[in-house]
Design a binder for this molecule. Structure first.
Ligand SMILES: [Zn+2]
Length: 466
C-alpha cells in the first residue's frame, strides 16, 4: 500500500517552490513576440520550455511540438495514459491585492494569475507523475503529461498537437472541477444574416436600427431600437409593456423618430431561462406594429421563433436526454441597420444524443423563409465518456479513497479542455464548494488542496497505467 499523501508531503516544499516559479512567468498570449516555434509569443514559450527542461532533468522524455504544445513521458507499453494541462493564462486585469505574477503566499494560499487555472493543477499533475516515477512502480502503459499553450484563446495548441501526435488511449484534464465532468453538451454558435432585401414604399413605418447584446454566450441586458414614422402614443403603450413585464426602460420621441431603450437581466448563455433577454423583449413589443419589409422580416423572425423560448420549442428542436439534460438556446446578439439589414446571433447547447443535422436544417430553412442565411461561427460536438468506462470507475474510486467523500459524475452545458481528448474527462482541481476564481482578480490555490489534488492525481496515474 502506498501512502500517496505522505509521498506528496515529502515533496511539499519543492512543489510549492516550483509552482511559484511557473506562476511568475507572465504567460499571456502576445502576438507581438510570436514567431516560428513560439506561435503565442515569448512568455508562453518561456513557460513551455521551462517545464520541458525541468521534466527532462527529472528523467522524463520530452518533446516540444513546434511551440504549440509539448509533452513529458515515461513508462512503457502499447497504451498511453494522457494528462492534459495548459500553461497559458488570461491577462491579470485590475484590482489585485498583490502582484498577480509574484505568487505571494498568504493564509495558506498562493495568489497568482493561473494559480487555479491552470498552473496549480498542472504542477500537481507534474508532481503526481514524478512521484509515480520516483517510486519505481511497475507500469504497463506509458504516461504522458501534455502542456497546451492556447487554451484561453483558440485551442490552436491541441489542434496542432493532435494533428501530429498520438491520441492517448484515455486520460483526464485537470482544468475544471472534482469529482468528474464526464459529459459536455454540443455547442453551436451561429448567426442568421439577412441576404434578401426588399425595397420599402413611402408611408412604411421604418425600423431604423436595432441593437442588443455583445456576446453569444450571455443573455443581453440592454436593447435599443430606433423607429421612424410611429405616432407618439406608442410611448405610453411602451411604458405599460415595460411595467407589465417587470422591466426597466423608456422611450422618447425626437422629430418623427422614437427611440426605445430596455434593460433586461444578463446571465450566462448556458442558463438563458434565468435571465431576461432585453433584445427579445424589445422585439416582442415591436412585433405589435408592422414595418418596412426588411424591418418586418427581422422583427418577425425574432419574434416568431425566439421570443419567450429558451428551449427551441418554437423551432421544433426541443430535446433532452439523461446524460446532458435539455437543449438550451440563447439569442445573444441582435443587430439591425436599415442599410445593412439584420443579424441575429445564437448560442445553442444540445444534448449528446441530439440529432444535430436535423437542427441545422431547421435553422437553415427557417432563416431562408425570412430571407436570412445561416452562418456557422463555431461548432463543438458533444463530448462524453460512458459511465461504465474503466477510466470513470478508476477515477471515482481514487477520488473517494483520497477524499473520503462520495464521488459523482457531473454533466455540463459548457466545454472543458477534456473534450480535446477522445476518451477524456475533466478531473479537478477545484473541490466541491470551492469558489470559482478562474479569470478573476485575486485568483489563488489553497495549498492544502494543491497537496490533496497531487495525491489524487498520483494515485490516478498509477491506477490507470499499472
Ligand atoms: Zn483553464
Amino acid at each position: 500500500m502506498i501512502n500517496w499523501k505522505e509521498e506528496v508531503e515529502k515533496r511539499k516544499a519543492s512543489l510549492i517552490e516550483d509552482l511559484q516559479a511557473l506562476l511568475q512567468i507572465e504567460s499571456t498570449l502576445d502576438h507581438d513576440t510570436a514567431r516560428e516555434g513560439a506561435p503565442f509569443g515569448e512568455k508562453i514559450n518561456q513557460a513551455l520550455v521551462h517545464l520541458l527542461e525541468k521534466g527532462e532533468s527529472d528523467g522524463f522524455q520530452s518533446k516540444n511540438v513546434d511551440g504549440y504544445a509539448g509533452h513529458l513521458e515515461f513508462g512503457s507499453g502499447e497504451e498511453l495514459v494522457g494528462v492534459l494541462c495548459h500553461i497559458d493564462v488570461v491577462p491579470a486585469g485590475d484590482g489585485w491585492s498583490s502582484d498577480p505574477f509574484a505568487a505571494e503566499i498568504r493564509d495558506g494560499r498562493i495568489y497568482a494569475r493561473g494559480a487555479i487555472d491552470d498552473k496549480g493543477p498542472t504542477m500537481a499533475a507534474y508532481y503526481a507523475m514524478k512521484i509515480v516515477q520516483e517510486l519505481g512502480l511497475k507500469l504497463n502503459k506509458r504516461v504522458r503529461i501534455i502542456f497546451g499553450t492556447d487554451e484561453e484563446s483558440n485551442w490552436q495548441c491541441v489542434k496542432h498537437y493532435f494533428k501530429h501526435e498520438e491520441m492517448p488511449t484515455m486520460g483526464f484534464a485537470p482544468d475544471a472541477a472534482f469529482p468528474i465532468i464526464y459529459a459536455e453538451k454540443g455547442l453551436y454558435d451561429c448567426e442568421w444574416k439577412q441576404k434578401d432585401f426588399t425595397k420599402s414604399v413611402d408611408g412604411d413605418v421604418r425600423l431604423i436600427s436595432f441593437d442588443s447584446g455583445r456576446r453569444l454566450n450571455m443573455v443581453p441586458d440592454y436593447a435599443e431600437a430606433v423607429v421612424g414614422g410611429l405616432s407618439g402614443d406608442v410611448v405610453d403603450d411602451y411604458r405599460s409593456f415595460i411595467q407589465e413585464n417587470g422591466l426597466n426602460g423608456d422611450a422618447h420621441v425626437a422629430g418623427d423618430q422614437v427611440t426605445f431603450k430596455l434593460e433586461g437581466l444578463s446571465v450566462h448563455g448556458s442558463k438563458p431561462h434565468t435571465g431576461k433577454n432585453a433584445g427579445l423583449f424589445l422585439a416582442a413589443f415591436l412585433s405589435g406594429h408592422s414595418f418596412d419589409p426588411n424591418g418586418d422580416s427581422f422583427i418577425r423572425l425574432v419574434n416568431d421563433y425566439l421570443t419567450a423560448d429558451t428551449e427551441g420549442a418554437k423551432l421544433g428542436i426541443r430535446d433532452s436526454d439523461e446524460i446532458t439534460g435539455e437543449l438550451t438556446m440563447n439569442a445573444g446578439t441582435f443587430v439591425y441597420t436599415a442599410n445593412e439589414g439584420g443579424r441575429i446571433g445564437m448560442n445553442l447547447r444540445y444534448p449528446v444524443s441530439h440529432d444535430f443535422e436535423r437542427t441545422h436544417k431547421v435553422l437553415t430553412d427557417v432563416g431562408e423563409k425570412y430571407g436570412y442565411e445561416l452562418c456557422e461561427i463555431e461548432h463543438l460536438k458533444p463530448h462524453h465518456v460512458p459511465k461504465d468506462h474503466p477510466l470513470i470507475k478508476t477515477l471515482l474510486n481514487v477520488y473517494e479513497e483520497q477524499t473520503g467523500d462520495e464521488g459523482y459524475l457531473i454533466s455540463i452545458g459548457g466545454g472543458t479542455y477534456a473534450r480535446s481528448l477522445d476518451a477524456g474527462v475533466a478531473f479537478g482541481a477545484l473541490f466541491p464548494g470551492d469558489p470559482e476564481l478562474a479569470h478573476q482578480k485575486d485568483e489563488y490555490i489553497d495549498i492544502e488542496n494543491l497537496l490533496k489534488a497531487t495525491a489524487i492525481y498520483a494515485q490516478a496515474i498509477y491506477e490507470l497505467a499499472k
